[in-house]
Write a protein that binds this ligand. Structure first.
Ligand SMILES: [Zn+2]
Length: 689
């Protein structure tokens, strides 16, 4: 089943966000903004499309968060489902239905799906050994266990996935596993589970992905699928020993739930069913009719689930269409670092809305024109400011403002009758007429960055046209010419109002209001056609600014906030070196540690790091060379009480013999700190033991 040429309808899904935290710009850029642009575009073309989403509310991470906060999982999911749903609405992510996997309709749908596969004999039933935390008295699946990734050696891989190399794992694959509940080393216990034997679908997947879709799927998606397939597929457990989730609905399933990655994608189906019920429609064609184009928008960490596992499930079930495309994005970074919910390294949407009130489109635009479509990309506040000030304000906004202000000034807001078109006018109109096609071409191929740039090119065209024709210079001498120029400029403005809608829905709505565009005539295909969107004699609404400049101070505030996060994280997430091997008391007693006082200090010539110190150890005054010159000025440490290892074998450093060592530690920024007694009244020479 290759790419569908002319679909009769579209089912577009966006990854179900996990309700263990709010969402940030990475989620918007990777999944929700591109999905929303695509759907808005299809609607503008009059296509039959549903946009389906919902919250993913099962799985171990939610149980863990609830456990940590001492509340029920239900409290966690209710809180974040609300926050996430609001954020989507605020940013204009125009779902036709936004459901949640804790909804009864989903429990029923997922349960039925499982039962059908069970009855058809599509599962393997196996008693296996799973990791078990004796002190917590529970099995450890997925994120309840961390350990070393067998593929890349990352030491903090989870029991379901390694976030470093992206490998999907079984908890028992981990080297040196540890329980994240108690920190203890788990034992193995027998338990029964159901497995989907993915290897049965390998031939089908190979042909469907690597042959049928080799030209229309993104190279990063094809690449990941191929590496999965080449690695060899194995049976994958679809159940878990957990108390939070959808109960396994067959004999022997007590105390077990469906694996969150089995139930979550079925959430797309249940959300569609919910939509159909509410709207009095039939859901089935949207999932079962051959003419339906199913598109999953996801981030790259979800490729395996949407391209290998879910299609295998759909294939096993039978009767469903398979995704026509899975345009997964790479990751967005923030100011050079990986976005992280737990490390608070993010731009949170609810915070953005407070700080940049009414500027949702600016973020949509910045994220679209800098989207991580083919490689990981970096969001920087400077780039955000530049895209706003130099593009949205200086080009798009400036053009619209000139056109509307001049129309009000010259013609009391009424579109003038053009007198005579010159070549330059005809060329401008002809060029504008090409833009719906240019944008469609980009959007149909999921090239949203390109579409964003082309949209700005349309605004550039308008800006340049006005700047070249300079109606403000001709208004006294050649008013007829100005009528034609303004008429043409207004048509360009109307094209911008229509074509900007998918990417800049809020600004488009505002602009349509400013131009008083007929809502029945604001369709994509009507741009610069015979019947003008803004005919002569049409009266505009009031002129108003579309975008505002962002000042340096606003950007600095954001950078300061990130800097503060960095400092906090340096405290909380520094790498702790592992404990050294055990020593005997005798080993320890060999060290002669004494309290001393620094009485002289000077820089070692031609050595950046070394200070030459004279230290009163109570036994003698001796020379110690210490590598602390980058942290201290000699003058500030004279008189300091310190701890000295006095029986360390002397050694020469740059020709100076050092007779001992001063004990130091370091603060979160790496600056050295003396280890000294916490009271001043300790004599030099006092032993430490
Ligand atoms: Zn790994």
């Amino acid at each position: 089943m290759a790419q569908i040429k002319s679909p009769s309808r579209y089912t577009v899904t966006a990854a179900l966000p996990y309700t263990n935290g709010p969402i940030h710009i990475g989620h918007l850029a990777g999944v929700y903004v591109p999905a929303d642009i695509y759907v808005r575009y299809l609607r503008a073309r009059g296509r039959d499309v549903i946009f389906i989403g919902g919250s993913d509310e099962h799985g171990v991470a939610i149980s863990m968060k609830a456990r940590k906060e001492g509340v029920s999982p239900k409290e966690i999911i209710d809180k974040y489902h609300g926050i996430i749903k609001d954020s989507f609405a605020e940013f204009g992510i125009s779902f036709d239905n936004y459901s949640r996997t804790s909804a009864p309709i989903h429990h029923r749908t997922a349960s039925d799906f499982f039962k059908k596969l069970y009855k058809q004999g599509d599962f393997l039933e196996e008693e296996t050994e799973q990791l078990y935390d004796e002190s917590a008295d529970q099995f450890l699946a997925d994120r309840f266990v961390v350990g070393t990734c067998p593929k890349c050696g990352h030491t903090e891989a989870f029991g379901d996935q390694c976030e470093k190399c992206g490998s999907s794992l079984n908890a028992t694959d981990l080297i040196d596993p540890k329980s994240t509940i108690t920190g203890s080393v788990p034992s193995l216990r027998k338990t029964k589970h159901w497995f989907l034997p993915l290897e049965r679908y390998e031939d089908f997947l190979r042909k469907w992905i690597l042959e049928d879709h080799k030209t229309d799927w993104k190279p990063n998606v094809l690449g990941q699928c191929k590496s999965w397939l080449d690695d060899g597929l194995r049976p994958r457990a679809v159940t878990r020993d957990l108390d939070w989730g959808i109960p396994v609905p067959v004999e022997g399933g007590a105390g077990k739930v469906l694996y969150v990655w089995f139930d979550a994608p079925i959430g797309y189906i249940s959300s569609t069913v919910e939509w159909a019920k509410r709207e009095g429609r039939d859901w089935e064609p949207y999932w079962k009719d051959k003419g339906t184009k199913l598109v999953h928008f996801i981030g790259k960490d979800n490729i395996v689930f949407h391209c290998i596992i879910f299609p295998s499930m759909l294939k096993a079930h039978g009767g469903y269409v398979l995704p026509d495309n899975v345009p997964a994005n790479e990751f967005l970074n923030l100011e050079g670092n990986k976005l992280s919910t737990s490390k608070n390294w993010a731009v949170w949407l609810h915070e953005y809305l407070l700080e940049f009130r009414g500027m949702q489109d600016v973020l949509r635009y910045a994220l679209t024109t800098n989207a991580p479509e083919t490689k990981d990309n970096d969001f920087t506040w400077k780039d955000f400011q530049a895209r706003n000030n130099n593009e949205l304000v200086a080009i798009f906004g400036n053009f619209i403002n000139r056109v509307t202000v001049l129309t009000h000034k010259y013609y009391q807001g009424t579109v003038p009758q053009p007198i005579e078109f010159k070549n330059v006018d005809r060329e401008a109109l002809e060029a504008v007429k090409g833009f719906p096609g240019i944008l469609s071409d980009s959007l149909e191929r999921y090239r949203f960055r390109e579409a964003g740039q082309e949209l700005m090119n349309l605004a550039r065209l308008g800006n340049k046209y006005l700047a070249d024709e300079e109606p403000w210079k001709l208004i006294m001498t050649d008013p007829d010419r100005v009528r034609t120029i303004m008429y043409v400029a207004l048509q360009i403005a109307s094209a911008l109002a229509v074509l900007s809608e998918p990417i800049l829905p809020f600004s488009s709505a505002k602009l349509k209001g400013i131009l008083k565009l007929d809502p029945k005539r604001d369709d994509w295909d009507g741009v610069c056609q015979e019947e003008a969107l803004l005919p002569a004699g049409h009266t505009l609404g009031e002129s108003e600014l579309l975008f505002r400049k962002i000042e340096d101070g606003e950007i600095q505030k954001q950078l300061d906030k990130l800097e503060a996060t960095k400092k906090t994280n340096a405290h909380m997430y520094r790498e702790t070196s592992p404990q050294k091997e055990t020593i005997s008391f005798d080993d320890f007693a060999k060290m002669d540690l004494r309290v001393g006082t620094i009485i002289e200090a000077e820089k070692m010539p031609k050595a950046n790091k070394l200070l030459v110190l004279k230290v009163d150890t109570g036994l003698d005054v001796r020379t110690i060379v210490s590598g602390i010159a980058e942290s201290f000025d000699p003058s500030e440490i004279i008189g300091k009480k310190v701890t000295v290892l006095v029986n360390l074998a002397p050694r020469k450093l740059r020709g100076v013999e050092s007779q001992g060592m001063i004990l130091m530690t370091r603060d979160p920024e790496g600056k050295l700190v003396f280890m000294n007694p916490d009271r001043e009244q300790v004599d030099n020479g006092e032993t430490i033991d």
